[in-house]
Structures are given as structure tokens and as C-alpha cells.
Design a protein around this ligand. Structure first.
Ligand code: FAD
Length: 172
């Protein structure tokens, strides 16, 4: 069995070229390096201290870098990263601030007998992170709430029990 974790950006070319490099090539919210007309994105780029190791953030960065390099006003504010996979046959999903940063509230539902665990992280009246184990059918709904930063006051009490119940109570 082979186990590997994490990424290590290849920054040698950028460092030799005199660009600012930490873990990755440092870029601003336009995906621009310290040098005029040089942009970086994807696994080699470090934005607000984060080097992303997935495809989707690179797509989001590419849209901004493309617009910004053409003189547009596009800004990249960082990506909400989500993981959806099976571990030993058990569905697992996590997204956003799943640990719960200082000041965030958590709602946890742990049903050992059914083999399900859910944790929702809330900050400033919005869902900011989620962990689902066992039952993940509402994963994309939670991800959408996190990404759109939708206010959750009206669905807060039912949100843990899934999209259909929460939407019914929101409409009532
Ligand atoms: C085994 C594995 C499984 C993965 N599974 C997933 C997954 O399921 N979902 C997901 O979202 N992500 C996954 N990833 C991560 C994903 O592949 C990367 O996040 C993505 O490919 C990064 O894209 P990139 O364009 O930034 O870099 P890359 O895809 O690495 O492309 C960089 C390119 O630059 C070239 N290059 C490097 N140095 C030079 C140079 N000096 N001159 C010219 N060319 C150069 C390289 O040859 C390469 O073609 C996986 C990665 C691995 C390794």
C-alpha cells in the first residue's frame, strides 16, 4: 500500500526569476505576482497563505486571472474546498471551516447505531462549514449554502435534518 498526503509546489522557476515565494508563488487577489504582467494560479500559487491542491480552485483562479490579465476588475477571494469520497465504503463529505474557527458555533448530530454523524459550523448567521459521515445526500445543498453565504436564520433549527425539511419550514 502507498500513502501520500499534501502537495509541494514546484517554485524553482519563480524563485530564480526573483518572484516572491513562500510555500507557493505569492499572488494577490488578481492572481498577480509581484512582477507586472506575471500571473500564477493552480497548485503552484499561494493566495492569502493557502496553496490549494485540487482542480476546482484552479478553475476559479483561472477565470479571475484570465479577466485580470486582460485588464478586467475580477477578484479572487479564495475557494471553499469540499471533499466528497468513500472511506472503507462509508460516504464522507466535508466543506469549508469544518473545524470551527474561534467564535463559530457547532451543531452536532451523532447517531452511532445508524452510523451517521453530522456537524454544521455556523458563524455570523451563515453556514461556514460541514462534516457528514454515513449520510451525504444533502452535501451539495450544504455546500451551496456555504458558498453563497446565504442567511440561515429561518432554517437554522431544521437545517441539520436535511434540505427537504428545512425548505418546507422556510416556506411555512
Ligand atoms: C494522484 C492524484 C490524484 C488527484 N486527484 C484529484 C481529484 O480527484 N480531484 C481534484 O480536484 N484534484 C486531484 N488531484 C490534484 C490535481 O491533479 C491538481 O490540483 C491539478 O492538476 C493542479 O493543476 P495545475 O495546472 O495547477 O498543475 P499541474 O496539473 O501539475 O500542471 C502543471 C504543468 O506545468 C508543467 N511544468 C512544470 N514546471 C514547468 C516548467 N519549468 N516549464 C514548463 N512546464 C512546466 C508540468 O509538466 C505540468 O504539465 C490529484 C492529484 C494527484 C497527483
Amino acid at each position: 500500500m502507498i500513502f501520500a498526503a499534501g502537495i509541494r509546489p514546484n517554485v524553482a522557476l519563480a524563485r530564480d526569476a526573483g518572484l516572491s515565494v513562500n510555500r507557493g508563488i505569492v499572488v494577490d487577489d488578481r492572481l498577480q505576482t509581484g512582477a507586472a504582467e506575471i500571473f500564477a494560479l493552480g497548485e503552484c500559487a499561494e493566495h492569502r497563505g493557502i496553496c490549494y491542491g485540487l482542480v476546482e480552485p484552479a478553475y476559479e483562479q483561472a477565470r479571475v486571472a484570465g479577466a485580470a490579465s486582460g485588464g478586467g476588475e475580477a477578484m479572487y477571494r479564495g475557494s471553499v474546498v469540499a471533499t466528497n469520497l468513500k472511506v472503507s465504503g462509508v460516504s464522507v463529505f466535508s466543506a469549508g471551516d469544518f473545524i470551527a474557527a474561534d467564535g463559530a458555533e457547532t451543531i452536532v448530530l451523532n447517531d452511532f447505531r445508524r452510523g451517521t454523524y453530522k456537524k454544521l459550523v455556523i458563524a455570523n448567521g451563515r453556514l461556514t462549514g460541514a462534516v457528514l459521515i454515513g449520510e451525504t445526500q444533502d452535501a451539495l445543498w450544504y455546500l451551496d449554502l456555504i458558498r453563497t453565504r446565504a442567511p440561515i436564520a429561518r432554517i437554522r433549527s431544521d437545517m441539520m435534518f436535511g434540505r427537504s425539511l428545512a425548505i418546507r419550514s422556510e416556506a411555512a
